[in-house]
Design a protein around this ligand. Structure first.
Ligand SMILES: Cc1cc2nc3c(=O)[nH]c(=O)nc-3n(C[C@H](O)[C@H](O)[C@H](O)COP(=O)(O)OP(=O)(O)OC[C@H]3O[C@@H](n4cnc5c(N)ncnc54)[C@H](O)[C@@H]3O)c2cc1C
Length: 461
């Protein structure tokens, strides 16, 4: 058996030579109108819309490794309308209209990303097949039905989320032991690294400068400091997501949470004939420690899941991307859904960090006086939300008062995380509780109500 590659499948399946093209390091002190720290989707979408809006702006992106090195080049490729928090939570802080407006903006963002990819000639291998959430227990089926009822209470209709009987769900993806499911049209499966690398090239064509191998060591008003000199700018955008706590001043702003993935070898035609999945719907079930899967354009299954431990002091290390137990749990989930894959070769195992705010609210900010801007905290739902954030930041920076700048996440302030070791204890207890809830519910077929309440109290989620 070949040892699975530690690199993201997506980095490994970029067009030949793509990653060999390195962009120049910053070579000395520089002045710009906008300096963007981080070359993932957030930074690049912000640069894209700013450059489109005002081609005269001097925009510089500063990236520690290479464009798409982080979560943007490693994720599950769900370009979805999902928000990481409930409409009720949003309405409690803003209004019902605010919650609906944000959701509708997220729905439209899926098509916006696909349209830009088309217009810019980015082959992200995208298929908009919606997302299918299957119920693998009776209890999950009851919950998913409730989620449809809830959507109706919020005036989201059948064309946003619908219940599927067992037969209807299996018609889309003939997974094993499913009791029905929900389907939403608002999702496309994409090759995430092709999207981010294509976006970087599109941004350069618009005149933006991207410096790679250029770590920012400190962000101060109107300044991004690097070992090669300061970049001074009217606005400095922090777009670091899971890497945010690596800057000393931002240690407790966001939490780096590992999500791990694996990919099978390209699967034989017999398997696809049996399972179908021709719509390339993205696929999950309703457990607490979520799993997420897609059928890739080259006929593999890429599947990921949470559960990797949080590291004391928010440490991020390549070694943490390989957690044998978590990868095994993900493989087990894959085989539960598709028992035919018990012996399928796993060619890639990898992981990456996503950014989680203490209250699970993503947010977008600009402080005109200091010139400090930031966006992030998508908590695992950033493939589309980064685009919405980039467009919103472009409006804020150019002074455009738009529908986007009035959405409830603009200016939202999340509380900071607890100091260590409290943070470590709290987060890992939350992860253990989520796993325990899943295990107990699967075993008993009943809601683990007490554990659920403890978890909500502890994590607010
Ligand atoms: C395994 C995994 C699966 C996921 N699956 C999905 C999914 O299916 N759907 C979904 O919506 N979301 C998913 N997400 C989340 C999504 O990928 C992120 O929300 C999104 O990519 C965030 O983009 P970003 O640009 O904000 O951050 P990143 O892509 O992480 O970019 C930050 C960049 O900053 C750079 N950097 C770090 N430190 C410095 C520094 N000091 N100076 C300069 N640059 C620096 C990094 O190298 C990186 O390139 C997943 C995340 C992971 C890890």
């Amino acid at each position: 058996m070949i040892a699975p590659a530690p690199r993201s499948l997506w980095h490994d399946t970029l067009p030949d030579g793509d990653l060999l093209r390195q962009r120049p390091q910053l070579s000395g002190p520089t002045e710009a109108d906008v300096a963007i720290v981080g070359g993932g989707y957030t930074g690049l979408w912000t640069a894209y819309y700013l450059a489109r809006r005002d081609p005269g702006l001097r925009i510089v992106v500063l990236e520690k490794d290479f464009a798409g090195f982080g979560a943007s080049g490693r994720n599950g490729g769900w370009l979805s309308n999902l928000l990481p928090l409930s409409w009720e939570a949003i309405a409690a802080e803003s209004s019902r209209e605010g919650a609906v407006a944000w959701q509708r903006a997220a729905d439209a963002t899926v098509d916006e990303v696909l349209a830009v990819a088309r217009d810019e000639g980015i082959d992200a291998q995208a298929t908009k097949g919606g997302f299918l959430c299957v119920a693998t227990t009776e209890l999950q089926a009851a919950r998913l039905r409730e989620s449809v009822d809830r959507a109706r209470e919020w005036d989201f209709g059948d064309d946003d989320l619908r219940w599927l009987s067992r037969a209807e769900a299996r018609e889309r993806v003939a997974a094993d032991r499913i009791y029905g499911g929900t389907w939403s049209p608002h999702c496309a499966a994409v090759h995430p690294a092709r999207l981010v690398r294509g976006l970087a090239a599109a941004v350069e064509r618009l005149g933006v400068t991207i410096h790679e191998s250029t770590p920012v060591t400190e962000i101060a008003p109107h300044t991004a400091r690097t070992p090669f000199g300061d970049v001074t700018a009217d606005v400095v955008v922090r777009a670091l997501e899971g890497y945010t706590p690596t800057l000393a001043a931002s240690r407790r702003d966001l939490l780096p949470l590992y999500s791990l993935m694996l990919a099978t070898e390209p699967l034989p035609d017999d398997f696809w004939k049996e399972v179908d999945w021709s719509g390339r719907e993205t696929l999950s079930d309703d457990r607490r420690l979520i799993i997420y899967a897609q059928r890739t354009a080259d006929g593999r299954i890429a599947i990921g899941g949470r559960g990797a431990p949080y590291r004391l002091g928010s440490r991020i290390r390549p070694a943490h991307e390989q957690a044998r137990g978590v990868h095994e749990m993900i493989r087990h989930s894959l085989v539960e859904l598709f028992p035919q894959l018990a012996d399928a070769e796993i060619t890639h195992r990898w992981g990456g960090v996503l950014g989680v705010p203490r209250d699970w609210w993503p947010s977008v900010h600009l402080d005109r006086e200091t010139g400090l801007a930031r966006a992030g905290g998508y908590a695992g739902d950033g493939v589309a939300l980064t685009n919405l954030a980039g467009r919103t930041l472009a409006d804020l920076i150019t002074g455009e008062d738009s529908d986007l700048t009035r959405l409830p996440w603009v200016g939202h302030r999340s509380p900071r995380f607890e100091p260590e070791p409290l943070r470590w204890v709290g987060v890992n207890t939350g992860l253990h509780l989520a796993a325990a809830i899943d295990e107990r519910e699967r075993r008993t077929g009943r809601p683990a109500a007490v554990l659920d309440r403890v978890m909500t109290r502890l994590t607010g989620h």
